[in-house]
Ligand binder design. Structure first.
Ligand code: ZN
Length: 324
């Protein structure tokens, strides 16, 4: 008889007993599921890794010899008597949720996810879950992002207006995820784009898997007659004279009070790759979990909010959450 899958914290990482699988572990583990290619989800060498082919290709941009067992979305595989499959998380290109099933029990781990549509990744899929393990990065009512179509227009307007002032617009975001998304938004808005080398490498991987981009030139440090999409790090290390540029940062944290850091940008645009407060609830209402475990960000308050609505819910703290 297969035991129902429920997550536990073991030595600081998320672990699924029964199917014997570690979830996005920070420490080196025998068998790890890696939900997506952001650097904070693949920091150690593992005995074997399960992820999507897109995630493996993106991780190889950083770790050349990265080896993984890849699983396309919806392709089932058996492990310890359980059926495992991956479904889209809608977070970034290749991001996956993990579904582990036995005859009378379905466990789902969302990884990072968002419910709004994207121009560069498949939308999140929601399946009914007996046991749900979900992230809660933006689990507070103050995080309710504007419609994504409005945000795209804001990005295109920012770039077009800056170019009209004979200045150069710069859109900053992570190389994987936000960067290629910004390139697509600008291209569809009719704005010429160049991209920093890290963003370009991601764009090439996306293109190989069929995401349609118009041609993009690589930025080599000169001021282009186009919008520039690059990472905050590459930008800070290259540009000294800020006069001729206007800089926007795309981040879900843009809805927070301005901080010393955020004041260095000319605009903050709350384009996020995570679910906002309504998105988190939308997910839960569709998945209808019998039991919910919450990780990251606002795990305690969100678990409490779920319980107040009649859900059985508790927060789990990983090693990362415990660090100051
Ligand atoms: Zn991520």
């Amino acid at each position: 008889m297969l035991q129902p899958i429920r997550p536990v914290i073991r030595d600081g990482d998320l672990y699924l007993p029964g199917v014997d699988l570690w979830l996005d572990p920070a420490n080196s583990r025998p068998t790890a599921f890696v939900s997506h290619a952001h650097a904070d989800h693949i920091r150690s060498r593992h005995g074997s890794v399960l992820c999507t082919p897109q995630t493996a290709a993106l991780v190889r941009l950083r770790i050349r010899k990265f080896r993984a067992t890849t699983l396309a979305f919806h392709q089932p595989v058996q492990r310890k008597g359980y059926t495992i499959r991956l479904i889209s998380a809608g977070h970034i290109f290749g991001s996956a949720q993990l579904v582990v099933e036995s005859p009378h029990w379905r466990f789902v781990y969302t990884g990072d996810f968002k419910m709004t549509e994207s121009l560069t990744c498949e939308p999140a899929e929601v399946v009914p879950a007996d046991c749900l393990l979900m992230e809660s990065t933006f689990a507070h009512a103050r995080y309710s992002f504007p419609p994504v179509t409005d945000l795209r227009q804001r990005i295109v307007d920012f770039a077009a207006q800056t170019l009209a002032q004979s200045k150069t617009p710069v859109l900053l975001g992570y190389a994987i995820g936000k960067g290629p998304e910004l390139v697509r938004i600008l291209q569809l808005g009719g704005v010429p784009v160049v991209a920093g080398s890290e963003v370009m490498r991601a764009v090439h991987v996306y293109s190989r898997f069929g995401v349609p981009f118009d041609s993009v030139d690589t930025w080599w440090g000169r001021r282009p007659h186009a919008a520039l999409v690059t990472t905050p790090h590459a930008w800070a290390r290259t540009i000294r004279n800020r006069e001729e540029w206007r800089v926007a940062l795309a981040t879900g944290w843009a809805t927070d009070q301005p901080t010393f850091d955020s004041l260095q940008y000319d605009a903050m645009i709350p384009l996020s790759d995570h679910a906002d407060w309504p998105g988190l609830w939308q997910y839960v209402e569709q998945a209808k979990p019998r039991e919910t475990y919450v990780i990251h960000g606002q795990a305690w308050p969100f678990a409490r909010a779920l319980r107040a609505k009649g859900y059985e819910a508790r927060a789990l703290l990983t090693e990362d959450d415990q660090q100051p």
